[in-house]
Design a protein around this ligand. Structure first.
Ligand code: A2P
Length: 276
């Protein structure tokens, strides 16, 4: 697989246009899968405290032999650690589990608006960035209103917002807000959790026209939207095929047809979801 193109974040650091998701792998599976994904050419690896596999991800990175500076490692702050001091302490625990000096991209996993501490966490993330322990900072599952609040309180916009995004939930408004504000959109569950989308006849017809799989069509859709998909696969063959989406292009009619369906959220609603 050729190295994917790279986005430049609003803090001028690079982010590969395609990444590898590790939920819900345990430590042992994550270790094997991350080492293999890196061997296959992935350079963006996504984990979180709440995936409970940071140690495995760290071991996979070490085992891969890929130079550390070529890899963008992402982890995420859990809801139970929101707050300024709590965030600094949680970060140290993540760093120790990953076995890394620095995390490349650190995200607030969910806003948890009911406990209302994400602004305090954001101030701690800014300090971690300023201290050089984190290269880029961002959020996940934040609405435009949550992001505006961070900016108003601190003057610092996230580099990334990782949201649920797939053809069942194209997130036009969020993506437009991100684009206006120089925030890169990352897509979690980019394949719609391996759902009905992969068996959809319309998707299959587009795939057949290009001689690729339905999964490749969906992942290419993300890339052409300018979003960074983070597909998870436990299967080495599917991992390689999933990343091989830079040799064909969908036309505007195909792009529109893929998302032309009633929107359906598969995960939590950011305004209400409680994630600890
Ligand atoms: P598996 O790990 O057995 O490959 P999402 O990233 O949207 O959450 O989707 C992940 C799900 O999609 C997993 O169940 C994964 O299963 C499956 N999956 C990943 N890649 C493919 C593929 N190329 N074809 C079919 N299913 C896939």
């Amino acid at each position: 697989m050729a190295a994917p193109p790279v986005h430049t974040l609003n803090d001028s650091h690079p982010l590969p246009a395609f990444g590898f998701g590790t939920y819900p792998m345990d430590d042992a599976e994550a270790e094997r899968a991350v080492a293999d994904a890196l061997a296959a050419g992935y350079r963006l690896i996504d984990t979180a405290v709440n995936y409970r596999n940071e140690a495995g991800v760290g071991r996979g990175i070490a085992a891969s032999g890929v130079p550390r500076e070529d890899i963008v490692v992402t982890t995420k702050l859990p809801g139970r650690h929101h707050g300024y001091e709590e965030t600094l302490a949680s970060f140290e625990e993540s760093r120790a589990r990953l076995g890394l000096d620095r995390v490349d991209l650190y995200l607030i996993h969910w806003p948890n608006p009911r406990i209302d501490k994400y602004v305090d966490s954001w101030r701690a993330m800014i300090k971690l960035r300023d201290d050089g322990l984190v290269r880029s900072i961002g959020v996940s599952n934040f609405t435009p209103e949550h992001i505006r609040r961070l900016e108003k309180a601190t003057g610092v916009l996230p580099a990334v917002n990782q949201i649920e995004l797939h053809p069942l939930l194209p997130q036009d408004d969020a993506r437009a807000f991100h684009a206006r504000n120089g925030i890169v959109t990352e897509s979690w569950s980019p394949l719609g959790r391996g759902s009905a989308l992969l068996r959809d006849e319309g998707v299959a017809r587009i795939a057949a026209a290009h001689g690729v799989s339905s999964a490749q069509v969906i992942l290419r859709w993300h890339v052409q939207l300018g979003a960074v998909p983070l597909p998870k696969s436990g299967d080495p063959g599917r991992r390689r095929a999933n990343a091989d989406v830079f040799g064909f292009a969908l036309d505007p009619g195909e792009m529109a047809a893929l998302a032309d369906r009633s929107p359906r959220r598969l995960g939590g609603d950011p305004e209400r979801h409680e994630e600890f």
